[in-house]
Ligand binder design. Structure first.
Ligand SMILES: [Zn+2]
Ligand SMILES: [Zn+2]
Ligand SMILES: [Zn+2]
Length: 641
């Protein structure tokens, strides 16, 4: 088939050929999808090039099958100047999805029942009769067989749709679409219109018109609609059945039928003409007020939610503060879970070859070591060093044990093998075998908390006194020149040197530090520390959350105060809402909340209520300045001591 030629050159490139039936070609207008919201079943489609001309907006309401989409097509063919003699018609896509026989509109629509609210933006183009852009909103069947629940969801979607930022600011016509010959009950439509009036205001009837579709003969629908109590301005008879009438003559359309069809076409065009003239002069119903009201409702809901969340956070901080005090006390009460005890022990260590030690049996200590001091002159330095090594070796042995094995393991081994574990009352003493260097004590002193089960008993070896480094000779052969005769005089020993034993061993003193641990107290202490830290962390993070939440509350509150002023301004004073009354509503709602939080929520709300007068909305709505002011007022929530 040859690509059909259009004689409306200005629409070239904007149409897609669809089909041909009975000599009549159908072209889809190539619309651009501006927005499609599957959740809300809404879509915005545009045709043409955006421009600065004003908009005229028509909202179509009517049950499924009433012919709403056909009205959209009628409008498009009228606006773009399609004539009866043209062998093509323009259509929107939805209609064609289930396009039935060309003659009847009825079957088409019952089959192309769509759930989408579709907004068509028809931008002004060359050849259009009016100097403006048009918006036609096609709604899915309201009050149709799917019942009230479906109607409610459509109303909800419509409200969402009309109040999204993308959309129009005003409505100029509500077209109540109904078949001219229908005798259906219009109670539902009346309810729908009442909903729209609630939504958009009392001047809705001033822009409501009845579109009697498929109106071949004198419509009866207007009387039925009026009898149902629906107010409308004017009825337009749109004989849309003729829109897609066969172009070619056939058995069903004979030569003598043509004048009738042409007459019907002209009559339809004239009705559209009358309608558009009326539309150009129609009063405006602002959707801005609806949007502002909607925003206000949203802000109120958000405020309630955020105030309750803030109250919950404040209660949580209080609870955690109580916990903090409780566990601080428990920590203090059980701080003495570990007690220190020092026990001195003596060990014998071999001295290096060529040396000996003078040990006092009475004192049980080494008084003189190393001896002899001048075995070899150069040994002096070595001896000094040796003494140091020897002195440290005892400590070193245990230190190795403690570091090579884990402390816990060493402790366990010591506790089980040494048999020194003793239990007195709640106190358990466990001694770690061997000795531990002083540095190890420091290192392990912090560990007890890690050693679960109270199996801590650390013995600290402090090497004392043995390595005196004195250079003296043996008792008889050794030359002691301390000037005290036979008296030793070393390290507190006043015994005779002759009674001292010259031995190949020296006596090393160890101070064992034992920790006695009360497992019961320790458990209470550990729990207290852990819970105290937990409560502190929660208080700190809670305070940060409170600040963020206060900011949200502030923003909601300012949205409400500024919103009421905006509403009054755009409605020219008709919509006067007292913000403190709105806050009272929120207070009434939060009073129904959880009893633990109510007092905080009400407190916050009262602070906000008092600050209404302080909000500055005079100079360009100084949002930041107002925000800071309110945040400052809320600084004292809660009253902290
Ligand atoms: Zn000696
Ligand atoms: Zn002595
Ligand atoms: Zn002695």
């Amino acid at each position: 088939m040859d690509e059909p030629q259009l004689n409306i050159s200005h629409l070239e490139g904007q149409l897609t050929y669809h089909s041909e039936q009975n000599g009549l070609k159908r072209f889809l207008i190539k619309t651009k999808v501006e927005l499609r919201n599957e959740e809300n079943c809404t879509q915005i489609l545009s045709f043409g090039t955006p421009n600065d001309l004003p908009f005229k907006c028509v909202l179509l309401l009517g049950e499924t099958g009433a012919g709403k989409t056909t009205v959209v097509n009628g409008v498009i063919n009228y606006l773009y100047g399609i004539g009866f003699d043209d062998d093509y018609r323009l259509c929107v896509k939805e209609e064609l999805v289930s396009m039935g026989p060309a003659t009847g509109g009825e079957r088409m629509e019952t089959e192309s029942q769509t759930d989408y609210i579709s907004m068509y933006i028809l931008y002004h183009q060359q050849g259009m009769k009016y100097e403006c852009n048009f918006v036609v909103i096609d709604t899915p069947g309201l009050a149709d067989t799917r019942g009230m629940q479906h109607q409610n969801s459509v109303m909800k979607h419509l409200e969402e749709f009309l109040t999204t930022d993308y959309n129009i600011d005003s409505l100029h016509c509500i077209g109540l679409v109904a078949k001219a010959c229908t005798n259906r009950d219009f109670t539902f439509q009346k309810e729908v219109l009442n909903e729209v009036i609630i939504l958009l205001g009392n001047n809705i009837p001033e822009i409501t018109n009845l579109f009697a579709t498929f109106a071949v003969e004198k419509p009866v629908v207007d009387q039925i609609v009026r009898n149902a109590g629906v107010n409308f301005m004017k009825m337009f008879e749109f004989d849309n059945g003729v829109l897609f009438a066969p172009h070619r003559l056939s058995d069903s359309v004979m030569e003598e039928d043509r004048p009738v069809l042409e007459y019907r076409w002209k009559k339809m065009q004239k009705q559209y003409g009358t309608f558009f003239t009326a539309l150009m002069n129609a009063p405006t119903v602002s959707v801005q007020i609806l949007k502002e009201k909607k925003l206000l409702q949203r802000s109120l809901k958000e405020l309630k939610r955020h105030v309750e969340e803030l109250a919950r956070l404040l209660t949580a901080i209080e609870t955690n503060k109580k916990k903090l005090i409780k566990y601080e006390l428990q920590e203090a009460r059980n701080r003495d879970w570990r007690q220190e005890r020092r026990i001195t022990r003596r060990n014998r260590l071999e001295v290096p070859e060529g040396f000996h030690a003078h040990n006092c049996p009475q004192c049980n200590q080494t008084c003189i070591f190393p001896c002899p001091p001048d075995k070899d002159d150069q040994n002096a330095g070595i001896i000094g060093g040796l003494a140091g090594v020897l002195g440290g070796s005892a400590a070193g042995a245990a230190a190795t044990q403690a570091t090579i094995n884990s402390v816990a393991a060493a402790t366990r081994a010591a506790a089980s093998s040494s048999g020194v574990a003793a239990s007195v009352g709640g106190w358990v003493t466990r001694v770690l075998g061997g000795s531990v260097a002083a540095t190890e004590v420091v290192a392990t002193a912090g560990i007890p908390g890690v050693l679960v089960g109270g199996m801590v008993g650390i013995t600290i070896g402090a090497v004392a006194g043995a390595a005196c480094g004195k250079m003296i000779t043996q008792a008889k052969s050794c030359n002691f020149s301390n000037g005290r005769g036979d008296v030793c005089g070393e390290r507190g020993c006043l015994h005779s040197l002759s009674q001292h034993l010259t031995e190949k061993e020296r006596i090393v003193e160890q101070v064992n530090v034992q920790y006695e641990i009360n497992d019961d107290l320790k458990e209470l202490y550990d729990v207290a520390v852990s819970k105290k830290n937990d409560a502190m962390a929660k208080i700190i993070s809670g305070r940060q959350k409170v600040i963020l939440k206060k900011r949200q509350v502030t923003e909601d509150f300012l949205g409400i105060v500024i919103g009421t002023k905006t509403l009054a301004r755009i409605s020219q004073g008709l919509e006067q809402v007292d913000p403190s009354k709105l806050l009272d509503q929120v207070i009434a709602h939060v009073r129904l909340g959880h009893h633990e939080h109510i007092h905080h929520a009400v407190h916050v709300m009262n602070v906000l209520k008092k600050s209404i007068k302080k909000v500055n909305v005079c100079d360009g709505e100084d949002v930041d300045g107002n925000c800071d002011m309110i945040m400052k007022l809320m600084e004292n929530i809660p009253h902290e001591s």
